[in-house]
Design a protein around this ligand. Structure first.
Ligand code: 2PG
Ligand code: MG
Length: 428
């Protein structure tokens, strides 16, 4: 069956925040089809591939007409006739066509939707599920350990609290389905606690409870209480992980905590987080300091790194060169892998390989603006990535991914088995 690309068609669809986004359909000469949708971030790193928006009157500037025009006028003709099985060549063609260092001309949204749709079409042409196609000659991995949000904050909740994601990781679960069961228990317990305290007020962008808290630490202590209430052992069964998303409120080594009406310097910020790791069962912290605070990240990693997972998101933006640099200076010990930060699957994969070479762990991640697209679950399994972050345990753009994991468990020779604990970077 011919794997040559015949058509590439963009379409305007809507994401979980009710904003327009880009969907791409790819057909191959042999008849196979692939489809993918670009997600969108709210707390974006400055080094990410640019999400091309019209900036006109339509949809408050968020419309994607220009990104779709680029697909129709330039990307589709350039990819026509290319071999969909040669992902690297397809992605290289789009990178060259765009011609900018940050994909600002054709848009990272146009490129990633196309790149993923090509992979889907190639997998369909090969008669394989995407995860199996991506694994190639490598043995398929285990399912990734879920990292699931209970409270949203920061840019995903009108900055109601400063820190962005308060999440749990079911570190004691033996399989994927059990990890989801335990998380559902914690989510419900957190909802009851909020209701009892008169603090239940809907959900934030990724489905975690809206954070009606008086301080950042109140959110943390409520999360601990919710784990206890759920009947699971804090730290042993279910641990806490945080995405501070510090670039949102920190610059030049200074961190403004609006909720608490105080400003911390780099050392003060690091001390606050280190203190929390002593008092709460925290196994992972993402973006503890801002993307411009490499010195702070190096110091923090030196202080906490041996027992804590420290993930670079805004700081590393799924970029292989940045990961290599971080490893050379000793900043972070894990990488968030978001395909749309890189802009193509080939570059996403390169960032993951750089992480592996550096001995860094990796977490495949969704964005705060998501859709029914479940490609990232296949990437995590096919590329053997040990962890997956897709937001909370409500809203179908999130549940679609967790549910896809349950389906993949049935296809994997290892069932729903999770990566061995020893392969993860924290001590519990
Ligand atoms: C993050 C993501 C997901 P956003 O910061 O890790 O929580 O948020 O997509 O807004 O960058
Ligand atoms: Mg983040």
């Amino acid at each position: 069956m011919s794997m040559n690309i015949e058509t590439v068609t963009g379409r305007r669809v809507w994401d979980s925040r009710g904003r327009p986004t880009v969907e791409v359909d790819v057909t191959l000469a042999g008849g196979a089809r692939g489809r993918a949708i670009a997600p969108a971030g709210a707390s974006t790193g400055s080094g990410e591939a640019v999400d091309l928006r019209d900036r006109g009157a339509s949809q408050s500037g968020m419309d994607v007409t220009r990104a779709l025009a680029g697909i129709a006028d330039e990307i589709a003709p350039a990819l026509a006739g290319m071999d969909a099985a040669d992902q690297a060549a397809v992605d290289r063609r789009m990178i060259d066509l765009d011609g900018t260092p940050n994909k600002s001309r054709l848009g990272g949204n146009a490129l990633i939707a196309t790149s993923m749709a090509v992979a889907h079409a190639a997998a369909a042409g090969a008669g394989l599920p995407l995860w199996r196609y991506l694994a190639g000659d490598n043995a398929p991995g285990a399912l990734p350990l879920p990292e699931i949000q209970i409270f949203g904050g920061g840019a995903h909740a009108g900055r109601r609290i400063d820190i962005q994601d308060l999440m749990v990781i079911a570190v004691g679960a033996s399989d994927f389905a059990t990890a989801l069961d335990w998380t559902a228990d914690v989510y419900r317990a957190a909802g009851k606690l909020m209701a009892e305290r008169g603090k239940l007020s809907g959900v934030a962008d990724e489905g975690g409870f809206w954070p009606l808290f008086d301080s950042n630490e109140e959110a943390l202590s409520t999360l601990l209480r919710a784990i206890e209430r759920s009947g699971h052992r804090p730290g042993e069964d279910v641990a806490i992980s945080l995405d501070i998303a510090a670039s949102e409120f920190g610059e030049n080594g200074s961190y403004r905590l609006d909720r608490e009406n105080r400003t911390l310097d780099r050392a003060g910020m690091a001390d606050m987080l280190l203190e929390w790791t002593k008092r709460y069962p925290i196994v992972s912290i993402e973006d503890p300091l801002a993307e411009d605070d490499e010195a702070g990240l190096v110091e923090f990693t030196r202080a906490a790194g041996p027992t804590l997972q420290i993930i670079g998101d805004d700081f590393l933006v799924t970029n292989a060169a940045r990961v290599r640099h971080a490893a050379s200076v000793g900043a972070c010990n894990a990488v968030l892998i978001k395909p749309n930060q890189a802009g193509t699957l080939t570059e996403t994969r390169a960032a993951l390989e750089a992480a592996r070479e550096a001995g860094y762990s990796a977490v495949v991640s969704a964005r705060s603006g998501e859709t029914e697209d479940v490609t990232i679950v296949h990437l995590a399994v096919g590329w053997n990535v040990p962890q997956l972050k897709v937001g909370s345990f409500t809203r179908s753009e999130r549940m679609a991914k967790w549910n896809e994991g349950l389906r993949l468990a049935e296809q994997l020779p290892t069932g729903g088995e999770l990566p061995p604990r020893a392969s993860l970077p924290w001590k519990v």
